[in-house]
Write a protein that binds this ligand. Structure first.
Ligand code: ATP
Length: 297
């Protein structure tokens, strides 16, 4: 086999609570991850040297790309010297709280496992993924999951079903995850915390309380005051009947759950595409998926 093709979906966080600092400098968090259908496409092809190709101007095509680091990690583990050409069709907004880069790293791990016939199991891939980044293990697993530790320790959760939603990211803004956590830590006030127990109960028994009212993200209190544009976007989607409107991860993407796809399109149409990258999509139950392979003789 010498070419493989993968779908590398984005995630949103339905819940994000900061627990506190760790001795390794990271932050302990409790998260609910959810895969969505918006996805990048990744193609891998054997090549003498590793190269990254991506048309998106904000994506680095050097060794800082998470896809490149995933190749290096596999090479170190296996001693394989040969390279791979990685082509990324970037559909997920960059530096947007949607784990686009982590997803690409996860896709390369899955793709090389297939291309180079490494025989790594899901647990081994997740272990490698945790070295690449906190969100990578979830990107490999996908669906709905509870994350804790840095977000890399996972437990599968009941899926809330296929939820239609709209995503909007201000075009002029990118938020660094490290900055968002640092800013949150600097907030002197103690935080109220979310409603994780109620949230989890609701997944099992959706009649107890609407999921939309339980969405929660601590990092909003760091990001929204610094970026009034994001606050305005959130208020706009709430005013137009978004069922649950929340910043995803460290932002600046805001998502709004909708009653149905028509409602999601209505919400999307109410936004100016010159100001925002806008997507109508749904939740999905899969992470990185191998979509095809070619054997050339
Ligand atoms: P994070 O939580 O890691 O900051 P994010 O979802 O907010 O993730 P990404 O789209 O992953 O944002 O991009 C974060 C930064 O990672 C970008 O600014 C970019 O420089 C770098 N990066 C490295 N590899 C990739 C990749 N394959 N796709 C997108 N960005 C990448």
């Amino acid at each position: 086999m010498n070419r493989v093709f993968l779908s590398s979906p984005a995630k949103i966080n339905l819940y994000l609570e900061v627990v506190g600092p760790r001795s390794d400098g990271y932050t302990n968090v409790v998260l609910v991850f959810q895969s969505i259908a918006l996805a990048d496409r990744v193609a891998l092809q054997n090549a003498p040297e590793t190269t990254i190709r991506c048309q998106h101007p904000a994506v680095p095509c050097d060794e800082t790309n998470l896809a490149y680091r995933a190749v290096q990690l596999i090479q170190e583990l296996t001693g394989i010297q040969q390279g791979v050409q990685v082509e990324i069709e970037k559909n997920i907004p960059v530096a947007a709280g949607l784990a686009g880069g982590s997803g690409n790293g996860a896709a390369v791990l899955v793709g090389l496992n297939q291309l180079w016939e490494l025989g790594l199991n899901a647990q081994q891939l997740a272990g490698l993924g945790a070295h690449l980044g906190s969100d990578v293990p979830f990107c490999l697993r996908g669906g709905t999951a509870l994350g804790y530790g840095r977000g890399e320790v996972l437990a599968s959760l009941t899926s809330p079903g296929l939820l239609p939603l709209v995503l909007a990211k201000p075009r002029t803004l990118a938020v660094s995850t490290a900055w968002a956590y640092r800013t949150f830590r600097e907030l002197a006030e103690s935080h109220a915390g979310g409603h994780l127990a109620l949230f989890l109960s609701n997944l099992v028994d959706p009649r107890s309380k609407p999921l939309s009212s339980l969405l929660y993200n601590d990092l909003e209190r760091a990001v929204l005051p610094h970026h009034p544009l994001v606050q305005r976007l959130k208020t706009h989607l709430q005013d137009r009947g978004g069922l649950g409107v929340l910043m995803s991860g460290s932002g600046p993407t805001i998502f709004a759950l909708a009653q149905d796809l028509d409602h999601a399109h209505e919400l999307a149409d109410s936004l100016d595409p010159a100001e925002y990258e806008i997507f109508v999509t749904t939740t999905q139950d899969q992470g990185v998926i191998l979509t095809g392979s070619i054997q050339e003789f």
